[in-house]
Design a binder for this molecule. Structure first.
Ligand SMILES: [Zn+2]
Length: 467
């Protein structure tokens, strides 16, 4: 048997936090990461008796936007169900989710050449979080419960097992993140726990249609970890089967430190959550006109934009810009305001994106014009950019205030060049005797004396004076 005898079969379950201000069924605001425990709770999300949940319209809207952007159908009838289980981070003893009538079904997401079918996108509430503390040596363990996350709206996006490699799984998760962000359904920040990815992995003989026994991976908190964890799991399963063993259906965790997956709990017996319809919430009938309105309001999706921008920009630059809707909007606004496409795109990728700070397309166009015309140096352009972002002033205003604007006047530069040569007789002599690199020292001194000198013109003037 060889590696090629096996086909890898991967399905993905992704939980993404719906972008809302408040929780799924109560008015509590959604806590930021690391806020003091239990400061965003009320009788509803604490699960006290006698309270009634109320559906958060913004969460439904986020879920519908995600579903529509993933080409899903929105059935006429949808409802809420209780998923019952006992766990300390779930004081109600059940989680409100959607079982047999999810909010959306039968969509797909294209990832490169692969079409990954989406089985369903539904809404549910998050649970709380356990914090373990204590002294391992003396076995004095303490566990605390933080319910800030209890009731936070989550979208569960379930794919069919259409993915065939660790690379494809990572690309799928990245593309999904871009789509969710583009349509404003989720911020999908993995490090903040706003997007959790759980791949399930099985193997089958190449050419077979049957599905093998799958394992499900948890605790994955980056795209890199997703790629590594699946890679490890695929190799583990191949080795296991080829050495005569069998894969057990189970949930496995990923240890980043040890770079391996490990068994968490066996799933030989399907969990029985005793789902039943949530009696405190009416079935949800989503208004068709609202769906049409949301569909019409969807922005151009990242893959479409990437292809369109790739017609005018190098592929890698088009991909980098279209990955973020704000960068792509900025680029298009700047170009619409007359900025040249290639330098603007480079500027966005190399200067704007790393700072995470944004200016208007109009201001960027002005800045690009000032740079291209040689009015300001690249360093001055960077300073102007930062100041424009912080103060809201236009680049032209900033350049005027600072008295930037390069000196390109040859007679003015000639006086400075002569002073530089007088002050650096050795470098000047070296240059004249053929040591071309002596020019660097002369230019450095010139720029110190006249930071506003246009470097190209100054270099020419220096050469003239030396010659
Ligand atoms: Zn609450």
């Amino acid at each position: 048997m060889s590696r090629n005898d096996w086909e890898v079969v991967i399905g993905m379950e992704v939980h993404a936090q719906a972008r809302t201000r408040s929780k799924m069924f109560c008015g509590c605001s959604v806590a930021e990461l690391n806020e003091p425990p239990n400061t965003h709770t009320c009788e509803i999300c604490l699960g006290l008796p006698g309270v009634l949940p109320v559906i958060n319209r913004a969460a439904v809207e986020a879920c519908l936007k995600a579903a529509l952007s993933l080409n899903c159908e929105i059935p006429r009838h949808t409802k809420w169900d209780r998923k019952n289980y006992m766990y300390p981070d779930l004081p109600k003893g059940y989680q409100i989710s959607q079982y047999d009538l999810p909010m959306s079904i039968d969509g797909y997401l294209d990832v490169g050449e692969r079409r990954v079918r989406i089985r369903r996108v539904h809404l549910e509430e998050d649970t709380g979080k356990l914090i373990h503390a204590g002294d391992k040596l003396h076995r004095a363990w303490e566990s605390y419960v933080d319910l800030n996350r209890a009731g936070v709206p989550l979208m569960e996006i379930v794919s069919e097992p259409d993915i065939r490699s660790a690379e494809e799984a990572r690309d799928y998760a990245m593309e999904l993140q871009r789509v969710l962000r583009y349509v404003g359904a989720s911020e999908a920040e993995m490090e903040k726990g706003q997007m959790r990815v759980e791949p399930n992995i099985s193997l089958r003989r190449t050419g077979s249609d049957e599905l093998g026994v799958k394992t499900e991976l948890k605790n994955i908190n980056s795209f890199r970890a997703l790629h590594r964890a699946i890679g490890f799991e695929v190799e583990r399963q191949i080795e296991l089967i080829e050495s005569g063993g069998t894969v057990v259906q189970e949930t496995r965790g990923w240890s980043e430190a040890e770079a391996r997956t490990f068994s968490q709990r066996s799933k030989e017996f399907a969990e029985d959550y005793r789902y039943f319809p949530e009696p405190d919430l009416p079935p949800l009938e989503v208004d068709r006109a609202w769906i049409d309105e949301l569909r019409l309001g969807l922005p151009e999706l990242p893959s479409v934009r990437r292809e369109r921008l790739a017609k005018e920009l190098p592929h890698a630059i088009a991909a980098a810009i279209s990955a973020d809707r704000y960068l792509a909007d900025l680029y298009e606004q700047a170009v619409a305001n007359g900025a040249p496409s290639a330098p603007t795109a480079n500027w966005i990728v190399n200067v704007v994106a790393p700072t995470g700070k944004f200016l208007s397309g109009e201001n960027l166009a002005e800045l690009m014009y000032l740079t291209a015309s040689g009015a300001i140096t690249r360093d001055q352009a960077q300073e102007t950019f930062m100041e424009s972002v912080e103060t809201g002033k236009t680049p032209a205003e900033i350049v005027a205030e600072h008295g930037y604007a390069q000196v390109s006047d040859e007679s003015e530069l000639k006086v400075i060049a002569e002073a530089v040569i007088d002050a650096n007789p050795k470098a000047a002599a070296d240059f004249r005797s053929g040591k071309k690199q002596a020019m660097q020292a002369l230019m450095a001194d010139l720029r110190k004396r006249a930071p506003q000198a246009n470097p190209t013109v100054a270099n020419e003037v220096l050469l003239k004076v030396l010659g």
